[in-house]
Design a protein around this ligand. Structure first.
Ligand code: CU
Length: 296
């Protein structure tokens, strides 16, 4: 090492790290990016499939809320604006900060901000932190934050899927009223991918034969596990919590508990329809089923 000049050593170190390379070429003083997210909390009646509606509590007007995508090492700034009358908050699993300081719910018509460093890569759940949390999550207050590894993921056809649950019976107008007792009894009436009953059975996700498909997956629950499976395929890789350090290979199904995430990778070898589902079959019947439609 003594024969190498400080400059050469510095160059080697810098060029080993793509983030720093980008910095060199853009002459930016920051080594990592600052990522700002402003998220309004809004009540909204949403279509949840099968002709039904739900009076949802939302991040940004959708269930799930927006997918927040950052890179490992980024500084993340969250600004939550509570447009509703009741208290809400936001707990992001990618953040390693004191919940008592940052995740505490705020009253209606107020806002909050906090910052954290996205240190660990993964597919993380975020959700409302206001009590009763089971109600806030079942009513739609959940979403996904993807923290990409420092060097990113290899190129793939990427899809995000979040599993959730609705509780209650529809009235004459098809409006499903949240049923608190069933929430506490862990008896969902509907189990859904991306907020809608059988969403991708009605509108299959197009993929290509031979391409790498990568699913960023979060199970928001609030109560049931997901035993995620794609019929006619074997996952070439599964990354528990979405962290490349937690790799499993040659996996048929993979259990993701509420509040957890995973990344699934696979390829199909033949054109056709490939259903994906929660393989706890009753939950597939309750809506947690969809289709990948593969074409040449
Ligand atoms: Cu809430």
């Amino acid at each position: 090492m003594h024969t190498m000049s400080i400059t050469s050593r510095l160059k080697l170190t810098l060029f080993a790290c793509p983030a720093v390379m980008a910095t060199l070429f853009t002459a930016s003083p920051a080594l990592t990016a600052q990522r700002n997210f402003t998220i309004p909390v809004q009540e909204k009646v949403l279509d949840i499939g099968s002709g039904l509606k739900y009076d949802a509590w939302t991040y940004g007007g959708t269930v799930p809320g927006p997918v927040l995508r950052v890179r490992q090492g980024d500084r993340v700034h969250i600004h939550l604006i509570n447009d509703m009358e009741i208290a809400h908050g936001i707990d992001i699993h990618a953040a390693q900060i004191a919940p008592s300081k940052h995740f505490a719910p705020i009253p209606g018509k107020t806002d909050l901000s906090y910052d954290f460093d996205a240190e660990v890569p993964g597919a993380f759940m975020y959700h409302c932190s206001a009590p009763p949390m089971v109600t806030h999550i079942a009513n739609g207050m959940y979403g996904m934050m993807i923290v990409e590894p420092k060097d990113g993921w290899p190129k793939a056809h990427e899809v995000t899927i979040e599993q959730g649950e609705y509780y209650g019976d529809p009235d004459d107008n098809g409006l499903v009223a949240g049923d608190s007792k069933r929430m506490m009894d862990e008896r969902p009436d509907f189990v859904v991918f991306n907020g809608v009953i059988e969403k991708y059975a009605d509108h299959p996700i197009s993929i290509k034969v031979g391409e790498l498909v990568r699913i960023f997956f979060v199970n928001a629950g609030p109560n049931r596990t997901s035993d995620f499976h794609v019929v006619g395929t074997i996952f070439s890789s599964v990354y528990r919590s979405g962290n490349p350090a937690n790799a499993f290979h040659g996996v048929q199904s993979f259990e993701v508990g509420p509040g957890d995430g995973a990344i699934f990778e696979f390829r199909v070898h033949e054109a056709g329809d490939y259903p994906f589902l929660d393989h706890a079959i009753a939950r597939a019947y309750k809506g947690a089923i969809g289709i990948f439609r593969a074409t040449p």
